[in-house]
Design a protein around this ligand. Structure first.
Ligand code: GUN
Length: 295
């Protein structure tokens, strides 16, 4: 048996690629329903600057979008100013054929990222980063939920255990992952703790967690021996090692020995992020096509 086949058969390994394929199958069918009504779902993708990782991410997003029948509208530029980019966003906001707007982050240092994200119309904010959508999540009435957090919750829910009353620990407090994941877990009635760089005893916090979401961005900073036996572990970290390979925030093998299930890196949360983005685009298109009454 090949190494990959063995991995696939590992009952503890949460297969994000498989879950993403399932989600995308549903998205594709819903895209077709929109298209039948004369509405072709369309995602505008804005990439400013020449960040190599961003270029790869954007290419993958666009490729996946096309595969499920979502049209894309590209805006690429280098050397733009905040004002110029605001003008681009306003034009996309006003374009009735654009359902979703994605501004790939990070933006170059000369651009005011907060001002740009604030300018995106909340009903086209398929990344879920606009303060309006973050606020909706916080009050328990989410509309567009950020893609990586949404992906984490999908993977947890697919494990078939209720999250209600479980002790959940989120490590990392970013606005695009840690905080929204914590709110989604809270909405699922978990008892949620957020740990961060000033947390006093991370090992102790991890040892208590029945659900662990690691979103730090530092390779292997969560030690396998800290994991509570039977915990569900979601590793959001994508860290590049010196040899060029990718690895997560959690020591995978040692954590796997203790956990009941764990996401690998790569092949865990990553594929879900794109699937959830396209899910958000089709939600926006369904609203335009009159296929949803939650507008
Ligand atoms: N950069 C890193 N992650 C993301 C993401 O989910 N969306 C966007 N727009 N940029 C990112």
């Amino acid at each position: 048996m090949t190494e990959q086949a063995q991995e696939t058969n590992d009952p503890k390994r949460i297969d994000g690629k498989k879950s993403a394929r399932r989600l995308l199958k549903g998205v594709k069918a819903r895209v077709a329903a929109c298209t039948e009504r004369g509405v072709t779902p369309c995602l505008a993708v804005v990439l400013i600057g020449d960040n190599a990782a961003s270029q790869v991410y954007v290419r993958n997003k666009e490729r996946r979008a096309k595969k499920v029948g979502i049209a894309t509208r590209d805006h690429r530029a280098t050397g733009s100013t905040t004002e110029e980019l605001l003008t681009v966003i306003r034009a996309l906001n006003d374009d009735p054929e654009v359902d979703g707007i994605l501004v790939q982050l990070p933006l170059p240092d000369n651009i005011d990222s907060d001002a740009i994200l604030l300018e995106i119309a909340p009903d086209k904010d398929v990344d879920g980063f606009h303060p309006y959508n973050l606020g909706r999540l916080m009050i328990g009435r989410p509309r567009f939920v950020a893609c990586t957090p949404q992906g984490c919750l999908h993977l947890l829910e697919e494990q078939g255990q209720s999250l209600a009353g479980k002790r959940a620990l989120v490590v990392g407090r970013s606005t695009i992952v840690g905080k929204p994941v914590a709110h989604l877990l809270l909405q699922a009635n978990a008892t949620v703790t957020i740990a961060h760089s000033r947390t006093q005893n991370l090992a102790e916090e991890v040892a208590r967690a029945e659900i662990l979401v690691a979103a730090v961005g530092r390779a292997h900073c969560i030690k396998g021996e800290w994991i509570r036996p039977g915990a569900l572990v979601i590793d959001v970290g994508i860290n590049r090692l010196e040899d060029g390979s990718l690895t997560g925030d959690v020591e995978y093998e040692a954590a796997r020995a203790r956990a009941s299930a764990i996401t690998p890196v790569p092949g865990g949360v990553g594929p879900m992020t794109i699937a959830c983005l396209l899910n958000n685009v089709v939600i926006a298109a369904e609203r335009r096509a009159g296929l949803r009454d939650d507008a």
